[in-house]
Design a protein around this ligand. Structure first.
Ligand code: AMP
Ligand code: GLY
Length: 425
């Protein structure tokens, strides 16, 4: 079977790595891929948002299955285009991907179907958003409704900050048309967790739980990033919380989307805030999380092609899905300056040595090949992932890999997984 994976980050490398283990796999292509994926797949220089280019490529190479990593192409309707052309593709259609791409739509959906989430108002009028903020007071959360590469959310401690956020989003248009509508939300307290499930629109199968580390520095200090690391399982997601989330969030959401004529087939990702044993939804994503996918793929013990096909064919209920008991931990190594500005093109040393270690997988994010060397090519550069019989062992494995790798300006958090250890697992 020939497979095309769309995307070029650590999530896609982890997917390619897992797909490459299937006895059913023939050739794997990645568009655009990265230097890590190039070891397992042929990278093709087509951007993940060039739908026409991707469609042409898939037709000309007789691709049997296309797998979409990022939200951009999903919200542009890549799945609809491929289906129209008779090609098999994994991911939600455009109307279903709106659950991530349009926060105002999703807040209304959750309200209509009683799915637990923060109180909110959504506004196209700036004055009304400002009046709502003054009425509600701070802390309060201001969000651009559209896709903003994870940057469109401002948790404001004061009314002033919240008004500035509205100015940034609606006045200065910092996120372009994504800020045409603004969602203003009650600020929830608690601990966050990522809850992902496979669904074919009827059957919903939870993945093992995970938690990412969004802040750039140890002890959750500094600005938010795309994610500096992740681990699985997340002890905060107890069996009781999992039952609650399946019953009150995942099943009702999948049913609601079907009722609204937006059958959701793919990975449904709920970003949760858990407080006093109650989970509320912060956001939905219509795709695998990054970096959560790296530790989760490290733990998957079933054939990923079977799962993707089960979803496409509406037969997920007949696909066995098993997980390794061993925890996994992914430590992101980032470029100097990230999440602010950073230089690219720094040569990376020690990759082979790290990848040769037992229970260590080095997933690439922003990397590129240059004259036979691997160089940095993005903010998040690598996701060094360790697997072990205990969380402590998985942490040790991941950091033993990190220790072997160096590039100018590299930085990473030293406390990935520490919160799981504190909870005594
Ligand atoms: P989102 O992309 O909507 O998940 O928001 C990004 C981050 O902002 C989340 O991971 C939380 O850390 C924070 N956040 C979003 N919504 C809220 C909320 N209602 N209350 C508190 N924090 C929030
Ligand atoms: N790790 C958060 C996300 O993938 O959106």
């Amino acid at each position: 079977m020939n497979i095309l994976v769309v995307g070029g980050g650590g999530r896609e490398h982890a997917l390619v790595w897992k797909l490459s283990q299937s006895p059913r796999v023939g050739k794997i292509y990645a568009a655009p891929g990265n230097a890590g994926m190039a070891q397992l797949a042929e990278c093709v220089p087509v951007s993940s948002e060039d739908l026409a280019g991707l469609l042409n490529f898939a037709k000309s190479r007789k691709i049997d299955l296309t797998v979409v990593g990022p939200e951009g192409p999903l919200s542009l309707g890549i799945v609809d285009e491929f289906r129209k052309a008779g090609l098999r593709i994994f991911g939600p259609a455009r109307s279903a991907a709106e659950i991530e791409a349009n926060k105002a739509f999703t807040k209304d959906l959750m309200k209509k179907y009683g799915i637990p989430s923060a109180e909110y108002g959504s506004f196209t009028d700036r004055g009304q958003a400002e009046a709502y903020i003054r009425r509600q007071g701070a802390p309060i959360v201001v969000k651009a409704a559209g896709l903003a590469a994870g940057k469109g959310v401002i948790v404001a401690e004061t009314v002033e900050e919240a008004l500035d956020a509205v100015d940034l989003i609606m006045g200065k248009k910092a996120f372009g048309a994504a800020g045409d509508v603004v969602v203003v939300e009650e600020c929830l307290l608690g601990e966050e967790a990522s809850f992902m499930a496979f669904t074919d629109g009827k059957t919903v199968v939870p993945m093992v739980s995970s938690q990412d580390h969004k802040r750039v520095f140890d002890a959750d200090k500094g600005p938010n990033t795309g994610g500096m690391g992740a681990y699985s399982p997340a002890p905060i997601v107890t069996p009781e919380i999992e039952r609650q989330v399946m019953e009150k969030v995942m099943h009702p959401t999948v049913e609601a989307m079907a009722k609204e004529g937006r059958l959701f087939q793919g990975v449904l990702y709920a970003g949760l805030m858990i407080h006093n044993g109650q989970a509320k939804v912060l956001e939905f994503n219509a795709r695998f999380g990054d970096p959560e996918t790296q530790p989760i793929m490290a733990r998957l013990d079933s054939d990923l092609i079977d799962i993707f096909e089960g979803i496409i064919d509406g037969k997920l209920d007949s696909v066995p899905i098993h997980w390794k008991k061993d925890p996994a931990v992914c430590v992101v190594m980032a470029s100097g300056g990230y999440p602010g500005t950073y230089a690219k093109g720094k040569e990376i040393h020690g990759l082979d040595k790290a990848a040769g270690l037992n229970n260590v997988m080095v997933f690439h994010s922003g990397t590129a090949g240059r004259n036979g060397a691997v160089v940095t090519d993005g903010g998040r550069v690598l996701g060094v992932t360790g697997l072990g019989p205990t969380v402590a062992a998985a942490i040790e494995a991941a950091y033993s890999g990190v220790k072997e790798i160096s590039f100018e300006g590299a930085h990473y958090r030293r406390d990935i997984g520490a919160r799981a250890l504190e909870r005594g697992v």
